[in-house]
Design a protein around this ligand. Structure first.
Ligand code: ZN
Ligand code: ZN
Length: 352
């Protein structure tokens, strides 16, 4: 966590804030290392305060480094408000209206609360080595679970059985699922966020299998589409178009590229093949402590990629009532390209 407070301090200067109050627990964890369920922190030049309550005093002592620990005994917001001065950024995208009202009541004279949501998320976009190591480990674990799932086969099993078995395997290997696994076969594959159901997977169906593992708080996210036997001409064609779009978009990933431009590369390939209306979601998103975070790769995303960001590239085509295909890798953005964290093959795998 060292250095993250310093990066935040620098950003406060740029945004003309005197102090920043961080209340979102994921952001608190990112800055301080604290993994409990009640904590907040205040950052200002030369000032690093971490607040928690008596239940977490000991945990804070072992996890939090470089922030002065304060165990709040009385009123939570009042104790924090005492340490706020000048223009104070707060996380308007995470704080409830009620908490904000209460906080404002307790602020001293001349102290102004300024909406500053997204400030810590901005820092979180670029991963340091420690974070990249955790993300890579999560990715390796997930890859092992795909391989294990493929060995067990798909045809004749229910979507739910495949999904639950994969999640259990992630736990056996020491991780947690970073989100409920999606296994959507045949016509269900056309629903990008289908919940795995009791439908038995037949032969010759395309199976969208989207999952991720979480290790040390960091997530992975990936999708492969398998076929339980020859998926027919339409299935093969759609798979080929998605793969072409995915490979083309990957080549557009590099520092300095704009989210909307990378998205457009994939969309162009899919449009040209006549499936433009069947790719109804953005191309990708950042991954880190949360499975969906900044930056975005989508139409109208003006995020400019930076080295060290981790993003997914996941085009898909969904034909209602028939089939769906999505291929998702997640990659580290580098100065002149990317490093792929997903090592699974991408040619159509027939798995019966
Ligand atoms: Zn994703
Ligand atoms: Zn995914």
């Amino acid at each position: 966590m060292r250095g993250r407070g310093d990066r935040l301090e620098k950003l406060l200067g740029e945004r003309e804030l005197d102090r920043m109050l961080v209340t979102d627990l994921v952001n608190v964890r990112y800055l301080t290392g604290f993994t409990g369920t009640n904590g907040a922190c205040v950052c200002a030049p030369g000032l690093r305060l971490f607040f928690t309550d008596f239940r977490y005093t000991e945990r804070a002592a072992s996890e939090v480094e470089g922030w002065e620990p304060i165990t709040v005994e009385g009123d939570w917001l009042a104790s924090i408000a005492e340490r706020l001065e000048g223009k104070v950024g707060f996380e308007d995208d995470h704080m409830s209206v009620r908490s904000l009202e209460k906080l404002k009541e307790k602020l001293g004279e001349g102290v102004e609360a300024v909406a500053a949501g997204g400030t810590v998320e901005r820092l979180r976009r670029v991963k340091d080595d420690e974070e990249l190591a955790a993300i890579e480990a999560a990715s390796k674990l997930a890859d092992a679970v795909w391989e294990w799932s493929v060995e067990r086969g798909f045809a004749g099993r229910t979507e739910r059985d495949v999904a639950r078995a994969a999640e259990a395997r992630i736990r056996e290997l020491g991780g947690d699922p970073s989100f409920p696994a999606i296994v959507a076969a045949g016509p269900n594959g056309a629903l990008p966020h289908a919940e795995p159901g009791e439908r038995e997977i037949g032969r010759g169906e395309l199976i969208v299998f989207d999952m991720g593992a979480m290790l040390d708080g960091y997530c992975s996210d990936g999708t492969r589409t398998y076929a339980s036997g020859d998926p027919g001409e339409e299935g093969r064609e759609v798979y080929g178009v998605v793969l072409e779009a995915q490979l083309a978009a990957l080549e557009a990933v590099k520092a300095g590229a704009k989210g909307e431009d990378v998205d457009a590369v994939a969309r162009k390939v899919i449009d040209a093949a006549g499936y433009g209306k069947r790719f109804g979601h953005g191309l990708g998103h950042g991954v880190g402590l949360e499975v969906h975070e900044a930056p975005r790769l989508s139409p109208r995303a003006d995020d400019v990629l930076e080295p060290g960001e981790v993003v997914t590239v996941e085009p898909g085509i969904y034909l209602p009532g028939r089939l769906g295909v999505r291929i998702e890798d997640f990659v580290v953005v580098t100065e002149d390209g990317y490093r792929n964290l997903s090592a699974l093959p991408k040619d159509l795998q027939i798995v019966e």
